[in-house]
Design a protein around this ligand. Structure first.
Ligand SMILES: Nc1ncnc2c1ncn2[C@@H]1O[C@H](COP(=O)(O)OP(=O)(O)O)[C@@H](O)[C@H]1O
Ligand SMILES: [Mg+2]
Length: 445
């Protein structure tokens, strides 16, 4: 993409309404525009990051064997009356009446709808296990939408649902989700810690929330500092291997890590004092096993091996895809702007032409741009006729992790400059070497 042809409405001023860095930076970098309270338009740069996160979530879900589909945003109230949640959900549910006076709602989640789909088609235990998921917009009429996409009213969420014959099988699905979530967040450059959580309106005994540590997080968290040393890395997991998935759950959840909702001072006191940490965190996902709660209420049964009907065991598993962008920025920024992790950056590299109009500089930028594109990378080329300082400020603000700077003076010596946004360090090298370097950085991603 050439910046002269892109739509990147960056703001010079810091918007007064934004209280935290990620919200400020998303507005300033022209990623989002508020449409009304807690509802945003995703401008091209923001949309690009959203799509990247969505793709990572899809890839990791499918790697775990989960099946993608898509359910609508608008739902009929009937299903929610069946489960009993139409009344239980309260004012966070946006209720709508259509022209025929039918009660509808904008889905805050999809347990009822997926259970209805399941019971309509699945008859036998032989069709299990089954895990279906979708990534779709949700609406929750939050009392205090705030912090931009962090607590929106409309937000983008991956929600997956497992259907299993037994509790044991459903717990394997739970573990599979835990493993796939660890991989997902790490690919996004985040450490998200599974913490024991509270069932809330969905109900259930087994539930973990995934929290990214950040001062601006809404949850208070308590944990054993050993937990932040754990990384998932590039281990190869066989998602059908029950013992292997369970071992990962053990490894990542055996140390103390809880949110304020489940925090227990007495148990926390057993952690050696020098390892006890109190901090704040952003909830970027949650997994639940809730047994037969919905299958019982809605009659989702299959014929078991002995021919008798069995209510299926279920769980649901969410990732806050749009919130994640806020969490990533909270964890990766400085006073100049965003610093995208390579795995989610909207463009792989910025090309800054220090002297647009100079024949040699223009030609060198063009050839870098074409060579990078030919390798499947997406450069953002600042070809505008603007001062260098302004171009650097824009690149720093939008946070591309790598920048190639091209100017007549360097070109006389046969070099361009490659700069890391994270460290600020620059290195001079021949244009070909710069291309190789950028290709190398993204090779494994
Ligand atoms: N209002 C919101 N704005 C943005 N993301 C949200 C919002 N509510 C929930 N999410 C995201 O969706 C994920 C799954 O939702 P869920 O666990 O049902 O939400 P909650 O714990 O807030 O009831 C959460 O972990 C969070 O990352
Ligand atoms: Mg939650």
């Amino acid at each position: 993409m050439r910046l002269s042809r892109y739509f990147l409405p960056v703001l010079k001023e810091t918007p007064a309404e934004a209280q935290i860095a990620s919200h400020r930076l998303m507005l300033r970098a022209g990623m989002i525009k508020q449409a009304s309270a807690g509802i945003y338009s995703w401008l091209p740069l923001g949309f690009k990051v959203l799509r990247k996160l969505e793709n990572i979530v899809h890839e990791e879900q499918q790697r775990a064997g989960h099946i993608p589909m898509l359910m609508p945003t608008l739902q009929s109230a009937e299903l929610w009356k069946e489960s009993g949640r139409y009344d239980a959900y309260g004012p966070e549910m946006l209720r709508i009446r259509d022209r025929h006076d039918r009660d509808m709602l904008y889905g805050p989640t999809n347990e009822e709808m997926i259970t209805d789909i399941f019971r309509s088609y699945v008859r036998s235990y032989k069709d299990l296990p089954l895990t279906l998921y979708h990534i779709q917009w949700k609406f929750r009429d939050e009392v205090r939408p705030r912090f931009g996409v962090m607590r929106g009213r409309e937000f983008f969420m991956k929600d997956g649902y497992n259907f299993d014959l037994t509790k044991e099988d459903a717990l394997h699905a739970y573990n599979r989700h835990l493993v796939s979530y660890l991989r997902t967040y790490e690919r996004m450059g985040l450490q998200a810690i599974p913490m024991r959580a509270d069932g809330g309106p969905i109900g259930g005994d087994y539930t973990h929330e995934f929290l990214v540590l950040a001062e601006t997080g809404e949850s208070e968290v308590f944990y054993d500092s050993e937990i932040t040393d754990l990384t998932f890395g590039d281990r190869q997991i066989d998602y059908d291997d029950v013992a292997q998935c369970e071992a990962v759950l053990e490894e990542f959840t055996s140390r103390y890590a809880r949110t304020d909702e489940t925090h227990d001072e007495a148990v926390f006191a057993e952690v050696p004092e020098e390892r006890r940490r109190t901090a704040r965190g952003i909830e970027v996902g949650q997994i639940f096993y809730f047994g037969t709660k919905y299958s019982e209420a809605m009659g989702a049964t299959v014929q078991g091996p002995d021919g008798k009907p069995v209510e299926v065991h279920m769980g649901s598993h969410g990732i806050g895809v749009s919130r994640l962008i806020g969490a990533i920025i909270e964890a990766n920024h400085d006073d100049k702007g965003i610093i995208w992790p390579e795995g989610v950056t909207p463009f792989h590299v910025g090309i800054v032409n220090l002297k647009t109009g100079d024949a040699e500089a223009d030609a060198a930028c063009e050839s870098l741009y074409k060579a990078l594109e030919a390798k499947g990378l997406e450069p953002l080329y600042d070809d505008r006729d603007e001062r260098a300082g302004g171009k650097f400020a824009t690149m720093d603000l939008i946070g591309l992790p790598w920048r190639i700077t091209v100017g007549p003076r360097g070109l006389k010596n046969g070099v361009v400059e490659v700069t890391s946004r994270r460290t600020g360090e620059s290195e001079e090298m021949a244009p070909d070497a710069a291309i190789e370097k950028i290709i190398g950085i993204y090779a494994g991603l």
